[in-house]
Design a protein around this ligand. Structure first.
Ligand code: FAD
Ligand code: SF4
Length: 520
């Protein structure tokens, strides 16, 4: 039986559909989960509030991609605007716009989830067959250093010169032309995102996918979800068209990602005794910009292919970080790189010579580091979400030290100038200037911070008192409600999160299937 993809403009009247499982969200978690449920013969309906865009729509332009395929037109940020948040919103979710880096979960993180958060039955050995399957299906392979673009090679060389550990990154690509446009949607379908892999597989086997449909509220009777109430959005304006879709499913899986999943539960009056929306982790990132004499052209080539975890564990009470590079396209550069007026203009003119290093800090693993929160701004159904993330001395110390390491690495690789991410950037012309970073201001808005990895908000754990879902991803207080996405992480990871979410969903699908009525 073949399924179908419906878009908002085809849904011209209110509709009620029934199915075995309603999957809300089509990203890393939802894509894998839906595929696994359909494979087991279940009738699945998937809702995705973003649009159905494919390679024909991916025109390599930032001006098209960010408003069309990112949450809040790529302007999502914490309430105080101190952290800008890039997050996907399109069929395939983050997997359609992400940079392809694929890491299995570090074993020490899974161990922490077990020992500190009481998660049961989720260890490396259990997850290994799920990752094996995904790595085969999504063609996750090493991207050797010989194929790295200059931006990544500079990190590799800097790490080598200073004697730090370094590695190459696995990527979920097939016949990748190294265009560098991963963040704008892959125009050749080389990126093995959910959009081109498991979602089409699932549709072919019978899944119905409704794009431009935003789940607003779950209706409950006692311990069971009885309906998902959703708005049909007009694909041209992205605003509610006035039509409603109601899904009546035996089981509902919320897969809207960290931030949106807790928001949907909160809109539905589900708070898990105050735990929903807590423990939000952002992997807060600081960017160090180096200028080189040679052309780096960090807008071309596979974007993210070298990493170092040398500084991931700095000991108790200290924030550690993962080192990588981002692609540097003009719009992304203009909003993440420092400076103002003429200085900013000069930096933009020098873009082909720029290299950026990102320090992705590992939050949620130090005592007392509870991360941020997701709440609703008001009682109204369309109230925006409010994301708060307090940055404390603990974070600023980590950012400062990370920027010092980045600057040293960039000088070791041959940079003639390094700029810090401060609103008045620290300008360093040689390694001797790195100490200037100690005197710079470290405070919200004075030093730019960003996030492309959102995790937590519906934490998994061993007790209903401290978590939102149990170790089978089931919402503690409802029999037929699951959360299957990055929001269930009890901590951040210290590596890019996609493969952990894919693996978790592949493993968790057995529990969701069992809840439908025994078919595992
Ligand atoms: C620019 C960028 C680069 C990245 N690079 C990497 C990388 O290289 N490697 C890596 O591992 N990770 C990367 N990530 C992160 C990774 O893509 C995400 O962590 C991952 O996709 C999250 O999966 P998820 O299932 O939790 O949510 P998502 O993939 O975000 O999927 C959630 C989906 O649900 C939809 N949705 C939300 N609420 C509703 C609702 N109420 N109704 C209907 N639909 C809803 C959203 O629109 C979205 O499409 C990157 C992210 C970005 C933005
Ligand atoms: S780098 Fe490869 S995967 Fe990324 S957009 Fe280009 S062709 Fe697609």
């Amino acid at each position: 039986m073949s399924g179908r993809i419906f878009t908002g403009d085809e849904l011209t009247e209110d509709r009620v559909v029934t199915c075995d499982v309603c999957v809300v969200g089509s990203g890393a978690g939802g894509g894998v989960l839906a595929h696994e449920l359909v494979r087991r013969g279940l009738d699945v309906v998937m809702l995705e509030e973003g649009g159905y865009r494919t390679r024909r729509d991916f025109d390599l332009k930032e001006a098209t991609a960010y408003p069309a395929m990112y949450q809040e037109l790529a302007n999502r940020a914490t309430d105080d605007l101190a952290i800008s948040i890039l997050q996907g919103r399109t069929v395939g979710g983050g997997t359609t716009v992400n940079w392809c880096a694929s890491f299995r979960t570090p074993p020490e993180i899974l161990q922490r989830w077990r020992d500190v958060h009481g998660v049961k039955g989720l260890d490396e050995a259990t997850l290994a067959p799920h990752w094996d399957w995904l790595e085969e299906r999504l063609h996750i392979r090493d991207w050797p250093i010989e194929r790295a673009n200059r931006n990544n090679q500079l990190l590799w060389e800097g790490l080598g010169k200073l004697g730090y550990s370094r590695g190459t990154v696995k990527r979920n690509v097939k016949a990748c032309a190294a265009l560098g446009a991963c963040g704008l949607g892959c125009p050749t379908d080389a990126k093995q995102s959910m959009l081109v892999t498991l979602i089409p597989d699932a549709v072919e086997q019978g899944m119905r996918l409704f794009a431009n449909v935003s789940a607003r509220k779950l209706e409950l009777e006692g311990m069971r979800v009885t309906a998902v109430h959703a708005d049909v959005l007009d694909p041209r304006t992205d605003r509610p068209s006035g039509r409603r879709l109601t899904v009546k499913a035996k089981v509902t899986a919320v897969c809207g990602g960290a931030i949106n999943s807790p928001a949907l539960l909160l809109r539905s009056g589900l708070t898990a005794r105050g735990r929903v929306g807590k423990r939000l982790f952002l992997h807060p990132v600081v960017v160090s910009t180096g200028r080189f004499r040679e052309r780096v052209e960090a807008f071309y080539g596979a974007p993210l292919t070298v990493y170092s975890r040398e500084f991931i564990d700095r000991g108790p009470g200290k924030l550690g970080w993962l080192l990588e590079v981002p692609p540097i396209h003009p719009v992304l550069a203009s909003v993440t790189m420092p400076g103002f007026g003429a200085a900013h203009q000069e930096m933009m003119e020098q873009l082909p010579y720029a290299n950026a290093l990102i320090s992705i800090t590992l939050d949620g693993v130090q005592p007392g580091d509870e991360g941020g929160t997701v709440a609703l701004r008001g009682e109204r159904e369309y109230s925006r979400v409010k994301v708060e993330y307090p940055l404390t001395d603990f974070h600023w110390e980590g950012f400062r030290e990370a920027l010092k390491v980045s600057a040293r690495l960039q000088f070791a690789a041959g940079a003639e100038q390094v700029l810090s991410p401060h609103s008045s950037p620290v300008v360093m012309r040689s390694e001797q200037d790195v100490g200037l970073l100690d005197r710079a201001p470290y405070a919200p808005l004075l030093c730019r911070v960003a996030s492309a990895h959102q995790m937590g908000g519906c934490a998994m754990g061993g007790s209903a008192k401290t978590s939102v879902v149990d170790s089978t991803l089931r919402y503690w207080d409802a029999d037929n409600l699951f959360v299957v996405d990055g929001s269930v992480f009890p901590t951040a990871l210290g590596v890019n999160p996609m493969e952990t979410i894919l693996g978790l969903a592949h493993w968790g699908s057995q529990h969701v299937a069992a809840a439908v009525g025994g078919r595992v």
